[in-house]
Design a protein around this ligand. Structure first.
Ligand code: ADP
Ligand code: MG
Length: 344
């Protein structure tokens, strides 16, 4: 979860360059949803850490402590699953302010515990400190994955089809509703809930990890416009996305229509959907679609294609180098500006 484009990504690249020489052979560090540490027996440990900051990721008075506990773990488990890994354990660090009384803390833990139970994730440690102001929640999550199932951002190949596991923009719409005040009708409540309690795709990620035809995978935390660019950079490929194929929920269509929101911009340019974004070999795509439907009783949505890199010979390896998605509508390229969420 981060700050984007040259600001955030440039900073992360700086860190990667300064510290890269200290890395152990075979270990994978900065640049994917999780770090990967090979273990014995052809399995790897994957590790991710995410920070939730009051005022940036949530508003203290607008999210129940139970939902906040749930969401804090959810966004980390989403990163683990996006590697094709099964979540195994977490560490929880909190800086608690004066407003977080006993009842608040109990309720926060209940939310965190319920998701831990749902996915059989142990809590192995953490840290607790006092904060004079904002509440900070920092979580580290670990998962286990057979080496053959690991899906990286770097696996996409020209010709792959691009899919997502859910409708896009719902969490961003929910955030807009939450920021404006209390959600009104059922649709608004549903959207606000998508922001506060993201439906992460854990079993889906593990299953997609097992499928050979899935080449690259990550979770959507900053919006497809930003997140897909990570796959493009790390895989040295281009991409075309069909705006008319972006899946939109009934709820966002209803509320967005009333409020005259720019729905394509909201759906691909804003984050926190925590669904999976993945690319699939053309030869396996149709079968994967029907097998997924059979297994999970819901669809995956095709939104575009991976293309060869347009700028022949140009290096696209760094996280902040510019890559451009070709946006399409009704089969033709269109001008469209959506960067994805950025923190600086
Ligand atoms: P995600 O949205 O999947 O959590 P981010 O965009 O936050 O991923 O981070 C991208 C990559 O940069 C990850 O591999 C992450 O570990 C790394 N990263 C982010 N911030 C830092 C930091 N301050 N120091 C080292 N690595 C970082
Ligand atoms: Mg991620």
């Amino acid at each position: 979860m981060g700050l984007k484009q040259n600001g955030e990504f440039g900073f992360i690249e700086q860190i990667a360059q300064l510290f890269g020489h200290l890395n152990r052979k075979g270990w994978e560090g900065i640049g994917d949803d999780c770090a990967v540490i090979p273990c014995r027996d052809g399995q790897s440990l994957v590790i991710t850490t995410d920070l939730l900051v009051e005022g940036t990721h949530f508003l203290f008075d607008k999210i129940s402590p139970e939902a906040l506990g749930y969401k804090s773990l959810a966004v980390n488990l989403s990163d683990v699953a996006s590697m094709g890994a099964r979540p195994a354990a977490s560490f929880l660090s909190l800086s608690l302010s004066g407003r977080t009384d006993d009842a608040w803390r109990r309720s926060f833990l209940e939310g965190y515990h319920s998701l831990s139970v749902a996915h059989n994730v142990a809590l192995l440690g953490g840290d607790t400190a006092k904060s004079a102001g904002q509440l900070f929640i920092s979580i580290t999550a670990l998962g286990i994955v057979p080496d053959t199932n690991i899906k990286r951002r770097s696996g996409a190949r020209a010709g792959d089809r691009i899919f997502v596991t859910s409708t896009l923009g719902d969490a961003a719409a929910g955030w807009e509703i939450i920021r404006r005040g209390a959600p009104g009708d059922e649709h608004e409540k549903w959207l606000a809930d998508r922001h506060n309690r993201p439906k992460i795709a854990v079993e889906e990620g593990i299953w997609l990890g097992e499928q050979q035809c899935v080449h690259a995978m990550m979770d959507v935390s900053d919006g497809v416009a930003s997140d897909l660019r990570h796959i493009m950079r790390r895989s040295s490929v281009g991409a075309a996305v069909h705006l008319d194929k972006i899946p939109l929920s009934v709820q966002i269509l209803h509320v967005g229509g009333k409020n005259r929101w720019n729905l394509p911009e909201m759906a691909v340019g804003k984050g926190e959907d925590y669904c999976l974004l993945f690319t699939v070999a053309e030869s396996g795509a149709e079968e994967l679609k029907s097998e997924y439907l059979k297994k999970f009783k819901k669809e995956i949505f095709e939104i575009g294609r991976i293309t060869p890199l347009e700028t022949e010979g140009r290096e696209q390896k760094t996280v902040s180098s510019p890559v451009e998605i070709v946006w399409m509508e009704n089969g033709v390229p269109v001008e469209f500006n959506a960067e994805g969420f950025t923190h600086f």
